[in-house]
Design a protein around this ligand. Structure first.
Ligand SMILES: [Zn+2]
Length: 102
């Protein structure tokens, strides 16, 4: 697993290129993630019941996991993730500073 929920990631391509955000949703099936404030789309909600108002809301859309890079909390740099073992548990390791990534 390269990226998971609550990770801070850097967007590498698309209209939000260069922005950072926190992963708010992760779809293992799709290999896609949603990042807070990134890849926002505007949705028009139509009133379906009486007394309900039509609304325009902003919501995040899924982007491909390959379009982001994890921000390492230790060295504050975008990094690639390797895997390692600590006390026989699998951990993610920053390839830049070799710190364990939580
Ligand atoms: Zn690092």
């Amino acid at each position: 697993m390269r990226v998971k929920k609550n990770d801070t990631v850097l967007v590498l391509s698309g209209k939000d290129k260069g922005k950072q955000g926190v992963v708010i949703e992760f779809s293992e099936k799709k290999g896609k993630i949603k990042i807070g404030g990134i890849a926002q789309v505007t949705k028009h909600l139509k009133a379906r019941k009486q007394g309900q108002n039509s609304a325009i809301i902003k919501t995040e859309s899924f982007i491909d996991i390959s379009k982001v890079m994890l921000m390492c909390a230790a060295c504050k740099q975008p990094t690639r993730i390797g895997s390692g073992q600590v006390d026989s548990a699998k951990v993610r390791v920053c390839k830049r500073c070799n710190e364990t990534v939580k």
